[in-house]
Design a protein around this ligand. Structure first.
Ligand code: A2R
Length: 353
């Protein structure tokens, strides 16, 4: 017995709160949590005047949620999630929601998640990624100590910035020299989280996640963008040309489902205030990824450079060392990136029909 009053939402089983629940990673994570029997609440921000999506991955909008005021239910094969349209910039609303739910865990995925977009929208990127995170940390800090959840906060390899071409895979203690507003926002977010873990004892675990991809990713990101252009060329609805940005960038890609395995392990086993790389440890140039996809193309396509797809500054190589994650959790990636790229192309072909 803790002597604490019952949770405000009246439930015996505390929920897992997922911010950015309908985003690319969020929808895969929610499906995985529901499949293992967790009670899940999600939040995310809708663009103004845009209705909520009727479907997100395996989840389908099923109407108002009876248990949470203002929420709707998204239902999947393994159960439903209560979902609230709530902007993390609204500190009062975030505090009220966290106080009402008193979640057992928080996966903080919500973000302006694109480095490319951050050059066009630096203020909005910092607003969401830094101040939105601050609002969430403050909301958790105000809970009674015994009711404070474990939090997993997602950072990015973009925090490191450029490395010498012959540098070994990055370890978590490498210095941070971000060169995009997105990288700066995630570096600031990680400093803030470490400060809250140190000053207030919050159980905040941090990742620096390297590139990830998979079904359901939108075409702000490179491989879905290639796949949709290949699928359009194959169906005759688009030109037999792929417009590309910087093909020489070298990254470290994981399938999103391996990323989720790492996140779920880290929230249980990670040490508060520590940062963990979530990555494969293997280098893949964007050109190599494109070649893998082109080998599957059913019509010949040519490649055209598109200046619109190049950033004002780009990091040539970002490859990580995942030994800390493995040692802490026993996590191992299970999927080959070649199979993931084939799956993305299959999904794009279905959409193009
Ligand atoms: O921007 P939207 O309308 O697509 O909504 C995104 C949501 N989001 C927010 N939610 C609440 N308050 C905000 N101020 C706010 N701004 C954005 O977070 C979207 O539904 C979600 C992020 O999903 P994606 O953009 O698909 O990112 P992804 O790939 O799932 O990345 C998850 C995490 C992020 O922290 C990335 O920076 C990191 O992994 O790589």
């Amino acid at each position: 017995m803790t002597g604490l009053p019952p949770r405000q939402d009246g439930s015996a089983q505390p929920c897992t709160l997922v911010t950015g629940a309908l985003g690319f990673v969020g929808r895969h994570l929610v499906a995985s949590l529901l499949a293992s029997g967790q009670r899940v609440c999600g939040l995310g921000k809708q663009a103004p005047d845009t209705p909520l999506p009727t479907a997100a991955g395996d989840l389908a909008l099923a109407g108002p949620d009876p248990a949470l005021d203002g929420a709707v239910t998204y239902r999947g094969p393994h159960g439903g999630m209560a979902y609230l349209d709530l902007d993390l910039s609204d500190g009062e609303a975030v505090t009220a929601l966290v106080a009402r739910l008193e979640p057992a865990r928080i996966y903080h995925l919500a973000a302006q998640s694109s480095a490319a977009v951050s050059f066009r929208e630096p203020a909005a990127t910092l607003q969401t990624n830094v101040l939105g995170t601050l609002n969430l940390l403050e909301a958790v800090r105000r809970l009674p100590e015994e009711r404070r959840p474990a939090m997993l906060v997602i950072g990015s390899a973009e925090e490191y910035g450029p490395q010498p071409p012959d540098a070994p895979p990055l370890r978590e203690d490498a210095p941070l020299h971000p060169i995009s507003p997105y990288g700066v926002s995630k570096a600031a977010q990680s400093l803030l989280c470490r400060q809250y873990a140190g000053s207030y004892g919050l159980r905040v675990i941090l990742t620096r996640s390297f590139s990830h991809t998979g079904p359901g990713q939108d075409d702000r990101f490179v491989f879905p963008a290639f796949a949709r252009q290949i699928a359009a060329a194959e169906s005759g609805r688009g030109p037999r040309v792929i417009r590309v940005g910087n093909l020489e960038a070298v990254r470290d890609f994981l399938d999103v489902r391996d990323v989720i395995g790492a996140y779920r392990a880290l929230i249980e086993k990670g040490v508060a205030g520590q940062v963990y790389h979530v990555c494969s440890g293997r280098a893949l140039s964007i050109r190599q990824g494109l070649d893998i996809m082109l080998a599957e193309a059913r019509v010949p396509v040519t490649i055209e450079q598109d200046p619109e797809r190049s950033r004002p500054s780009d990091i040539p190589v970002l490859v990580g060392d995942n030994s800390k994650l493995r040692a802490c959790t026993g996590w191992e990636p299970e999927r080959e990136i070649t199979a993931t790229l084939a799956e993305i192309l299959t999904e794009a072909r279905k959409e193009a029909q």
